[in-house]
Design a binder for this molecule. Structure first.
Ligand SMILES: Nc1ncnc2c1ncn2[C@@H]1O[C@H](COP(=O)(O)OP(=O)(O)OP(=O)(O)O)[C@@H](O)[C@H]1O
Length: 227
């Protein structure tokens, strides 16, 4: 379970999250809202990339302040810009990075990498230069590189930003099939239609919490009323 207790956060004195409390237990939860409303900051709190100025963030009862390493292993994070997440020359090498330090033999590492590449449609690109992949393939590689570590929870911060409609669907289908609990931040509202719960953020607060259709209607109304 993911839990925020009275979390307030500011960057350089500017308040970005205001006394946010929420418990997230559902399998697939979406986080939507205007640019700058605080979604990424909330997402980064969930795996300890950001530590709250006040309040607590708990992952299955463990405080991200005190258990940062364990929580990073349990909560995988996929960034919106895949290029920043791809760090090795080839596709297979990039996926293998996440397994360093896991105590696997080279053969076990190769088997895990091949398995994840196959499951995510990248097996034919195993030895290709990662930076030459298409946008959609890079995003899938970023996802595969996190999933290879088998986290329990996956936080995806706008993983389809630069993708065409086909690849948005491919990523949505992939997320739908995962055993992991998924927290998805997105502006592609069609991706979240069958999510279990949707939170709408505005001005550093959760302003709506409910089913996706009602949340999207609330968000659209909020944006229409904005001057
Ligand atoms: N590292 C940082 N340093 C300073 N300000 C930051 C930092 N990260 C985010 N901010 C600011 O905090 C506010 C909230 O940003 P955040 O990225 O959490 O919003 P968001 O809802 O994810 O937006 P978007 O939909 O545009 O990605 C913004 O005004 C942003 O400029």
């Amino acid at each position: 379970m993911l839990q925020l207790e009275n979390v307030t956060h500011a960057y350089d004195g500017r308040m970005v999250l205001r006394d946010v409390s929420v418990r997230i237990t559902e399998h697939r939860v979406a986080l939507i809202g205007a640019n700058g409303s605080g979604k990424s900051t909330l997402a980064r709190l969930l795996n300890g990339l950001v530590v709250p100025e006040s309040g607590r963030v708990l992952v299955d009862g463990q405080d991200t302040r005190r258990h940062a390493r364990a929580i990073r292993r349990r909560v995988g994070f996929v960034f919106s810009d895949a290029d920043t997440q791809i760090i090795m020359p080839t596709v297979a090498e990039d996926v293998a990075v996440g397994l360093r330090g896991a105590g696997l033999t080279p053969a076990e590492t190769a088997a895990r990498v091949d398995d994840v590449l196959r499951r995510h449609g990248l097996a034919d690109h195993r030895d290709h230069p990662a930076h030459l992949l298409s946008g959609g393939q890079k995003q899938m590689l970023a996802l595969a590189s996190v999933l290879v570590t088998d986290p329990d929870i996956l936080v995806c911060d706008e993983p389809t930003t630069l993708l065409d409609l086909h690849n948005v669907r491919v990523i949505a289908d992939t997320l739908r099939g995962l055993r992991q609990q998924v927290v998805l931040l997105t502006h592609h509202l069609e991706m979240i239609a069958d999510f279990d719960r949707t939170l709408v953020m505005d001005g550093g607060r959760i302003v709506f919490d409910g089913a996706p259709d009602a949340a999207v209607a609330f968000y659209r109304d909020l944006m229409e009323r904005r001057p």
